[in-house]
Design a protein around this ligand. Structure first.
Ligand code: HAM
Length: 399
């Protein structure tokens, strides 16, 4: 359900699917996700090329995220020079060595989007609007938080201000923040332990240069016009180091402590840092399992309840039921042929529990008289329908 919905939206936004390998060189992640990020420092599943290879030599890692691999593939294909404006989506397993808990898995799936060659605010806004379409389609109750982290022009001043603030409050900071302070002071802002203290820290928005301020203002205006219910969170920094300007996170209170179901932002220097041309990029990734957790249980399944359940009584009726199921599937219905080894009463109960709309019952009598018993489980009414009229009786128009 989560992936299908995201795919349909990606199609309407003219994105193209890209498949990237699960294994990439460790160096790729060190240079993109960030050497100081938790993802690289603590969470990489490192895979030695061969047991006898020298430590570190040629080593690869299971991908902890999709962005670096997509960029690597984009550069390898020469698109950064030949045809830089590209719009991709991908879906697949990611691996992070974390302490597992509700919503935090060591292997999980992401549905990601990456757009290259667009530096304009409308592209950032489009991504956020895309996520809004996604949450509307699934009926999710979420919060959108957006921020701007500035760029190469204005970020150094912000970083320096944070460093100064961190040094002034050193004795109040937690152990982890002592580590973060010199390496990556931006991470002081999203420390869970020092959350109260971080409220007095400098805000990135106060340090934005004019072009970054204008860009962020335009993003805000456009998502506002589109009716996205967002809030600006000046303390929103991300766990990955590559972001510039717009960053965002979408959270759901239904998931528990690991509440971010979608996250992303702009990463304008990253293609170049990975050896490509100076091409801007922006994207996001949906956490598939976390989104599924945020869904109401009846929407959790891949495609919802079957439209039709077929109950065959007796061996002869099974052959007949297979043909009937084939015909209804060809007409686009979602059909489950129930086990002929169980009784009608139990199977009708199962159909009811699954939320099936129509149950079809066929036995020797029905086959002989050319009818099928059609039970409308919502209305609780059963009718003998001539075989030729069954598809029409269970079609969506009959609802
Ligand atoms: P991220 O915030 O690390 O960003 O992950 C995106 C989403 O993946 C999270 O919001 C969450 O829903 C899900 N996720 C992350 N870790 C786990 C886990 N251990 N278990 C379950 N779900 C998890 C990125 O990965 C960036 N590559 C997003 C991006 C794309 N930015 C630009 N383009």
């Amino acid at each position: 359900m989560v992936e299908e919905t995201a795919r349909a939206i990606a199609y309407r936004h003219a994105l193209n699917e890209i498949r990237i390998p699960a294994l990439e060189r460790i160096e790729l992640y060190e240079r993109s996700s960030g050497e100081t990020s938790d993802v690289v420092q603590k969470q990489l599943y490192r895979v030695p090329r061969a047991a006898e290879s020298a430590a570190g030599e040629g080593d690869q890692a299971l991908r902890p995220e999709g962005t670096p691999g997509v960029i690597r593939a984009y550069i390898d294909a020469g698109l950064d020079r030949s045809d830089p404006e590209q719009r991709f989506f991908y879906c697949g397993s990611m691996f992070r060595y974390e302490r597992p808990q509700k919503g935090r898995l060591r292997q999980f799936n992401q549905f990601g989007v990456e757009i290259f060659g667009r530096a304009d605010a409308a592209c950032d806004a489009e991504l956020i609007i895309m996520i809004d379409e996604f949450r509307r389609a699934l009926g999710l109750d979420v919060r959108f938080e957006v921020n701007s982290l500035g760029d190469g022009q204005c970020r150094p001043a912000f970083r320096a201000a944070l460093l100064e603030w961190g040094r002034a409050h050193y004795s109040e900071l937690c152990e982890d923040c002592h580590q973060r302070l010199e390496r990556n002071p931006l991470r002081l802002l999203d420390c869970k332990t020092d959350a109260e203290l971080a409220k007095s820290a400098p805000s990135s928005l106060d340090y934005l240069c004019e072009p970054c301020r204008t860009h962020f203002g335009a993003v805000e205006r456009m998502i506002g016009v589109a009716g996205v219910p967002y809030e600006v969170n000046p303390r929103l920094v991300r766990g990955l180091d590559y972001y510039t300007r717009t960053t965002f996170e979408v959270t759901s209170s239904a998931v528990g402590a690991q509440s971010a179901i979608v996250a992303g932002g702009r990463y304008d220097g990253l293609v170049e840092a990975l050896g490509g041309a100076a091409i801007p990029g922006t994207g996001f990734a949906i956490g598939v399992e976390r989104t599924a957790l945020a869904l109401a249980p009846e929407r959790y399944g891949a495609g919802g309840a079957p439209d039709v359940a077929i109950i065959a009584i007796g061996a002869g009726a099974v052959d007949y039921a297979i043909g009937l199921a084939w015909e209804l599937r060809a007409a686009g219905r979602r059909v489950e042929l129930f086990s002929p080894e169980r009784g009608v009463k139990a199977l009708l109960k199962r159909a009811d529990k699954l939320g099936v709309r129509h149950a079809l019952i066929v036995g020797d009598d029905e086959i002989r008289t050319g009818v099928v018993q059609v039970k409308d489980l919502r209305a609780g009414v059963q009718t003998a329908v001539p075989r030729a009229g069954v598809a029409a009786a269970v079609s969506r128009d009959a609802d």
